[in-house]
Design a protein around this ligand. Structure first.
Ligand code: PMP
Length: 330
């Protein structure tokens, strides 16, 4: 009989799919690593599994324990699935700007969700950060993964995403492009590919305009899951060869093209990463193999990126100007 013991064994081993339409005029092969094939629908299942297993090994997470994390998105889903299968409880802390659909997904998996007001200072006792810290202190057997500082976030990619790409491309990958949020994906995957290729593979980060990684000050942008206004310790500053800043408009227009032209219904950070990948690929020749990682599905963004009114309100439907701006070489 062919079956998996549980959804946990389906984490990782996602497919590579060639982009055939948005790559018109480009000589290099551009391949997408489609992470929505993970059981929780995003790349974050990988880090959830490794962070939990490492905490079990170190004793930080004991049988029947409770996972407490400030997250509203993909990391929460990954943690909720792994926790449920392994018998842990989950409490997630979300700001009140998070959509009820996202909160309901976490609750559907059996997690408890505590919603905090957005309109208070980080120092306020009801802030997102303070509430999660208090829950960790007050809940017996609580453990906080903290994806921004947990070394098992990048390590999960060093041990899964990186080797998968090396094997899937038979070592022919020349460029790896990915969005940067916590920095876990680029740091772990990028480091593995550098090690496997003796430094030959070029690693390129894609970042929303305004975020610190591409030299911004933390100015707001609408692409979700990427960019920061601080430097997380999960991000290894020595891995990226280049960071490409991409506007919201270009990111969302490309996200819509991926659905219409490539059959890929993916999230906004995927469109952002593809804009950066095409910018890089346009400079390359027919022997180059560019892999771009697409972190999640477009299902979570139907009322935004895939909604004409929302796009028009922000002026994102008008013709695009010049696409990406290439940042400083790091
Ligand atoms: N895109 C989305 C939608 C995400 O949720 C994340 C994770 N925050 C990323 C991209 C970036 O991945 P990382 O945190 O590994 O840098």
């Amino acid at each position: 009989m062919q079956f998996h013991d549980s959804m946990i064994s389906l984490v990782g081993n996602t497919p590579l799919v060639r982009l055939n339409s948005v790559t018109a005029g480009i000589q290099a092969t551009v391949l997408a690593k489609v992470e929505y094939f993970n059981p929780g629908g995003s790349v974050k299942d990988r880090i959830a599994l490794r962070m939990i297993e490492a905490a079990e090994e170190s004793g930080a997470l004991k049988p029947g324990g409770t996972i407490v994390e400030p997250t509203s998105g993909n990391t929460g889903v990954g943690l909720a699935i792994v926790a449920q299968q392994k018998g842990y409880k989950c409490i997630f802390v979300c700001p009140d700007k998070v959509s009820t659909d996202k909160i309901n997904v976490l609750r559907a998996y059996g997690a408890e969700v505590v919603v905090c007001p957005t309109a208070v200072d980080p120092e306020h006792p009801d802030s997102y950060y303070n509430v999660s810290d208090r829950l960790v202190r007050e809940t017996p057997g609580a453990w906080k993964p903290d994806q921004y500082s947990n070394p098992n976030n990048p390590l999960s990619h060093y041990h899964s995403t990186g080797p998968e790409l090396w094997e899937q491309t038979e070592g022919r990958i020349t460029h790896f492009v990915t969005g940067v949020g916590t920095g876990g994906t680029i740091s772990g995957t990028g480091r593995y590919l550098k090690d496997a290729s003796d430094g030959r593979v070029q690693v390129i980060g894609a970042d929303p305009e305004g975020s610190v990684y591409s030299g911004g000050s933390g100015r707001p942008y609408l692409v979700e899951g990427v960019g920061e206004d601080f430097w997380p310790t999960a991000y290894d500053r020595t891995v990226a060869d280049e960071i490409v800043a991409v506007s919201d408009k270009d990111s969302f227009q490309m996200t819509r093209r991926l659905a219409k032209e490539e059959g890929l219904l993916v999230g906004g950070s995927c469109g952002m990463a593809v804009v950066a990948a095409l910018e890089v690929a346009a400079r390359l020749g027919p022997d180059d193999v560019v892999v771009v990682l697409l972190p999640d599905s477009g299902r979570g963004y139907l009322s935004k990126i895939f909604n004409d009114e929302w796009m028009a309100d922000y002026g994102f439907l008008e013709d695009s100007g010049p696409s990406a701006r290439v940042g400083d070489v790091l």
